[in-house]
Design a protein. Structure first.
Length: 258
């Protein structure tokens, strides 16, 4: 596909949701003005932007705290998920024994597990990182295990007949072949990591967007809560886009979708 075709395809995929968002914001603004809804109940988008800009310095400080926590937790969660996938793939007995436990781990609400982590490990950064790790590792582990099991059997048999070692087969065939599926899980984990950071800050923190939202809830500042939500959405989208660009750079052999 030529660059012009790529640009046209990109624009065609972007403008429909962009128009939908703008229409939604315009309808929101019009409904608030026309129905005279109190700002503490449902603020207009213009008021949210205005009040958010007025507190930009404070929001910036809390946002940076959330970004630091998110990136650290996302890195640990992704590495944990990949490690679990590799171990369970190379040791089938462990996969049969532990895979159901991985699924069960996702049935425990993080908001319920968080207070226990705070009791066990205190109110420092460790329990917060554990919350994000618990949110992020599962999609990465499942996607990576799925990708590793989809290796081309003909190529694997060829490498075995050629005398390739188990390590060589994994590094040169199974791992590269699984990258598209791995990145599918990493993209999910990237968006979940922001949510995990906010939940961790709700449970116990002295800074961050989640902590800021709790303060504004107590003050009935709905406009600033919406401003914080906007930042959360922007961070999630930014994380997703960064991982998407990294995938395009690393998985260059993957054919472009027409």
């Amino acid at each position: 596909m030529n660059p012009k075709g790529k640009n046209a395809s990109w624009w065609k995929s972007v403008w429909p949701p962009l128009v939908a968002v703008l229409f939604f914001l315009a309808a929101w603004q019009g409904a608030v003005n026309y129905l005279h809804i109190e700002s503490w109940l449902l603020p207009a988008p213009s008021l949210i932007v205005q009040e958010g800009m007025a507190q930009s310095a404070l929001l910036g400080t809390h946002t940076w705290a959330t970004v630091r926590l998110t990136l650290a937790g996302f890195a640990i969660g992704t590495a944990t998920g990949l490690l679990i996938a590799i171990v369970l793939h190379t040791i089938p007995f462990l996969k049969s024994a532990l895979y159901p436990l991985l699924i069960l781990s996702q049935n425990i609400p993080i908001i319920a597990l968080g207070p226990l982590l705070m009791v066990w490990f205190g109110f420092g950064v460790l329990p917060k990182l554990m919350v994000i790790t618990l949110v992020c590792f599962f999609p990465v582990a499942v996607a990576a295990m799925d990708g590793l099991t989809r290796t081309d059997r003909m190529m694997m048999n060829y490498m075995r007949m050629s005398g390739a070692s188990r390590r060589a087969i994994f590094l040169k065939l199974e791992l590269p072949h699984s990258l598209p599926q791995v990145f599918s899980g990493v993209k999910i984990a990237a968006t979940y990591s922001v949510m995990g950071a906010i939940i961790a800050e709700w449970i116990g923190a002295s800074e961050g967007i989640g902590y800021y939202m709790l303060l504004q809830k107590s003050a009935y500042r709905t406009d600033l809560i919406f401003a914080a939500i906007g930042i959360i959405v922007a961070l999630s989208l930014l994380m997703f886009v960064v991982i998407l660009l990294l995938e395009k750079w690393l998985v260059r052999w993957k054919p472009d979708q027409e």
